[in-house]
Design a protein around this ligand. Sequence first.
Ligand SMILES: Cc1ncc(C[n+]2csc(CCOP(=O)(O)OP(=O)(O)O)c2C)c(N)n1
Ligand SMILES: [Mg+2]
Length: 492
Amino acid sequence: MTGGMGCAVVTAGPGTTNTTTGIANAFRAESPMLLIGGQAALSQHKMGGLQDLAHVDMMRPITKFATSVPSTERIADFVAMAAREAFNGSFGPSYLEIPRDVLDFKVDLAKAVIPKPGAYRASTKSIGDPAGIEALADLIVHAKKPAILLGQQVWTCRGSEIAREFVEKLNIPTYMNGAGRGTLGPDHPLNFQLTRRDAFGEADLTIIVGTPFDFRLGYGKSVRSKTVVQIDMSYATVGKNRDISLGLVGDVGAILAAVQQATTGRGDNGAAARKEWVASLRAKEDAAVAARMPKLLNDANPIHPYRLAYEIDQFLGDDSIFVGDGGDVVTFAGNVVRPKGPGLWMDPGPLGTLGVGTGFAMAAKLANPNKEVVALFGDGSFAMTGFDMQTAIRFKLPYIAIIGNNSYMNQIRYGQIQKYGPERGNVGNYLGDINFEKFADMLDIHGEAVRDPKEIGPALRRARASGTCAIVNVWLDPNAYAPGTENQTMYK
Ligand SMILES: Cc1ncc(C[n+]2csc(CCOP(=O)(O)OP(=O)(O)O)c2C)c(N)n1
Ligand SMILES: [Mg+2]
């Protein structure tokens, strides 16, 4: 959200265990952050002190760096070390445990190691091997049917503008995922969404930028073109799960800028020869959008989740930050809701952590006081952390919580029905009909329930007008499932 390192300070024991899911989420999502936790005094090490636990062992597999600080003189030095590690390769979380006596002890300033801000680590804006830059420029100039996928590192590196210029100058059809969404606005002529399978099958060159070959790309299998180039901040990610024709490691924005520079002066960079390719994909994309439109405009009652997703897409302003936190309902929204610009999309990420929405919404508002935050929750997901809305109210961080309420944990229910038969679908997944709008009364904020699809838009506008935190509880058809859920793509 800020581009810099987030920092959280928590107590030892349960304070630290409470952060594990958040830290694990940051680890998979490559978010730079520093967690500082307490520990019993070193003088009572392993004696059974209050809140004593093996925190460092616990944090090691879910951080890039985890250690205990051995002395007061070295605290600042360890903070610098942890920060350096958080920005090493693809970003991520670091953890420091500071025992109570190390924290309380006073030392002579002259004896302390205190790295200077700005002087303790190098720039991360590396372009990697210059030969790789030339090689990719060469491939692009000669490609007749290239396609590109812009992943979240484009946003992490704050390379959104560079990426937009890159695809525009080189005329390359563009797909986006994760926090890379919004790099091109919804109406940009090179923004494609529904034709990725066609494009990655037919392309003579596919460039994957800042997103791993993980489950979201069928571990690389969904990229079927002959020439595949991968650009990533992490050396360990490039070439993992599938062979590549060329790999480039460094800051993805700096690399795209250097490659574009290397293509300039080489005729028209091949851009004109790609017109037909772009037009043929555009025709397919338009046809797919038109074929889907009746589903989005569905005015059935109970409300179809596609209709809710469509109404949210229409509702979002140019600056609205969209947060998705749910199962099936967010899978529906994933293909319909389009952020209007870069940095306006937050989702559970590759760890798939439900319950992130409330914290994400607060963080988004804290980092962007002038932007509206709109969060879509499943009813199950809202129930996990929704109560913390009172924290948002206390800190004056308003956001609109839309609950796609189908009374079930539907994404899991679907899988259970498939595996164990219809009579077992509800086991563990039925949540009941919860009138979440009444929670708004308790908090003294705006809340309402919606059962008529035509009322979604007006209800969202009333929530916006309230200026406070608001809850819009939208009752959905529990027997509609997203195509992604039906195909169980998250497991493939
Ligand atoms: C913290 C966490 N717990 C459980 C899961 C597994 N899970 C994935 S989707 C889902 C259903 C969530 O229900 P809801 O938020 O109501 O969304 P729906 O599928 O009904 O739209 C669950 C439990 C998860 N991803 N994260
Ligand atoms: Mg649900």
